[in-house]
Design a protein around this ligand. Structure first.
Ligand code: PLP
Length: 380
C-alpha cells in the first residue's frame, strides 16, 4: 500500500491532522456566542502571529483576494504608488493596483535578487507615493526582501507601507508594528499550516485613516465594514464566514504560538539551510542570490539540458514527493522545494532523496545520497 504523497510545495502545504479534525466538527451558526468566542480567540492569535496590536481582518479568499483588499481599501484611482517587483507576485500586486486605476511606478529588480533598500529610498525621494508595495518572500524565485530595512527608509514618510507576506508570515520574522508596516497580507495555506481559503490583512492606525477617504470601488472587501462587525460583542463578520476553515486555523495558530515564534523561525532556517547544503553538495546552483535566500522555499536552478518540469513530475509520480516547478519565464528552469509550515527534518530528507533520484533518472551525474548526507551532516 502506498502512503500519501509528501506535499513540499510553497503552498498549499501539509496540514496537521489536528487542524483537519477540527474542520470536520459539527457545523455551528455564525451569529452565535459559540462562534463569537472562536472568532475573538482567532483575532487575538492572529495579532500575536502578525506581531501587531492592530486588528487583523479575515476574509474567505485566496491570498490574491487579500492583495486586492489592500488595494481597494486604502487607495483611490489615480493615486501614485510604488510597487517593488522581484518576481511573479510583485508583478501581480502591480497588476491589481493597475486594474483599479492606481498610477503604478514599478521598481523592477532582476529575478532571484532582493531589492536594495537604498533603491527604494531613492525612488521615494523622487516621487510622492501614497503607497509602497513590497513582497516579503517572492515565492516564484526564492528571494526575500528586507522588510525591516525598507521600513527604516520609509520612516517619517507620508506613504503607506504595504507588504505581501502570503508565503512568509509564520515562517520568517515579520515585526509588523516594530518595523512600521501599515498593511500586511497573508493567507492560510502556506506557513500558517491550514487549508487554502482564508486571507488575512492587518491594518495600522494610519491605514484606517486612509480607508475613510479611499475611493476604489469595493463591496465584499470593505475593511471598515469588516472592522465594525469585528467590534461587536461578541465579534462578527459582515458576511458568512468560512466557519470550518476558521476552526482549523485556530488549532494551527495555537500550535504555532505553543512552539513559539522564535522557535518556529529557527526551525524554518534550519530546514532551509539543510536543503541548501544538499543542493550545494549536488553541485547545483541556488536560483536566489546569496544574501537573499528564503527560509520558506529553495529554488534550484537547472543546468542546461535538465528540464525542471520533468524533474518535478518524476519526483511526484515515481518518488511520491510533490514540489513546484518554475513560473512564467522560469518554467522548466527551476525546481522549487517548499519547506514551510508543518515540515520537519525527515520531510526535508525525503524530498532531497526524491530530488536526487529524479536527477539520476534524468541523466544528471549524481552521486546518490550525497545531498542527503550533506543535509544530515548539517542537521547533526
Ligand atoms: N503572494 C505571494 C508571495 C504568493 O506566494 C502567492 C501564492 O503563491 C500569492 C501572493 C497569491 O496567493 P493565492 O494563490 O492564494 O491567491
Amino acid at each position: 500500500m502506498r502512503k500519501d504523497k509528501l506535499l513540499m510545495t510553497p503552498g498549499p502545504t501539509m496540514v496537521p491532522p489536528a487542524v483537519l479534525a477540527a474542520e470536520g466538527e459539527v457545523m455551528i451558526h455564525h451569529r452565535t456566542s459559540e462562534y463569537g468566542e472562536l472568532f475573538a480567540e482567532i483575532n487575538r492569535n492572529l495579532q500575536s502571529v502578525f506581531q501587531t496590536k492592530n486588528p487583523v481582518l479575515t476574509y474567505p479568499a485566496a491570498g490574491t483576494g487579500g492583495l486586492e483588499a489592500a488595494v481597494v481599501n486604502f487607495f483611490s484611482p489615480g493615486d501614485p504608488v510604488l510597487v517593488v517587483s522581484i518576481g511573479v507576485f510583485g508583478d501581480r500586486f502591480a497588476a491589481i493596483a493597475k486594474a483599479f486605476g492606481l498610477e503604478v511606478t514599478k521598481l523592477d529588480v532582476p529575478w532571484g535578487q532582493a531589492v536594495d533598500p537604498t533603491a527604494v529610498e531613492e525612488a521615494v525621494k523622487e516621487g510622492q507615493y501614497k503607497g509602497v508595495f513590497v513582497t516579503h518572500n517572492e515565492t516564484s524565485t526564492g528571494a526575500v526582501n528586507d522588510i525591516e530595512a525598507i521600513g527604516k527608509v520609509l520612516t517619517g514618510k507620508d506613504t503607506l507601507y504595504v507588504v505581501d507576506a502570503v508565503s512568509s508570515l509564520g515562517a520568517l520574522d515579520l515585526q509588523t508594528d516594530a518595523w512600521g508596516v501599515d498593511v500586511v497580507i497573508t493567507s492560510s495555506q502556506k506557513a500558517l499550516m491550514a487549508p487554502p481559503g482564508l486571507a488575512f490583512m492587518s491594518v495600522s492606525e494610519r491605514a484606517w485613516e486612509a480607508a475613510k477617504s479611499a475611493k476604489c470601488p469595493k463591496f465584499y472587501w470593505d475593511a471598515l465594514k469588516a472592522r465594525k462587525a469585528m467590534e461587536k460583542n461578541p465579534p462578527q463578520n459582515p458576511y458568512t464566514p468560512a466557519v470550518s476553515l476558521l476552526r482549523g486555523l485556530n488549532v494551527a495558530l495555537k500550535m504555532i504560538l505553543a512552539e513559539g515564534l522564535p522557535a518556529v523561525f529557527a526551525r524554518h532556517h534550519r530546514l532551509a539551510e539543510a536543503t541548501r547544503e544538499a543542493v550545494r553538495a549536488l553541485g547545483l546552483p541556488l536560483f536566489a542570490a546569496e544574501r537573499a535566500q528564503s527560509d520558506c522555499i529553495t529554488s534550484i536552478a537547472m543546468p542546461e539540458g535538465l528540464d525542471g518540469e520533468k524533474v518535478k513530475k518524476l519526483m511526484s509520480n515515481r518518488y511520491g514527493v510533490i514540489v513546484a516547478g518554475g513560473q512564467e519565464d522560469l518554467k522548466g528552469k527551476v525546481v522549487r522545494i517548499g519547506h514551510m509550515g508543518y515540515v520537519n527534518e525527515q520531510d526535508v530528507l525525503q524530498a532531497i532523496a526524491a530530488f536526487e533520484q529524479a536527477l539520476r533518472d534524468e541523466g544528471y551525474p549524481v552521486e546518490l545520497g550525497s545531498g542527503v548526507a550533506a543535509a544530515m551532516k548539517y542537521l547533526g
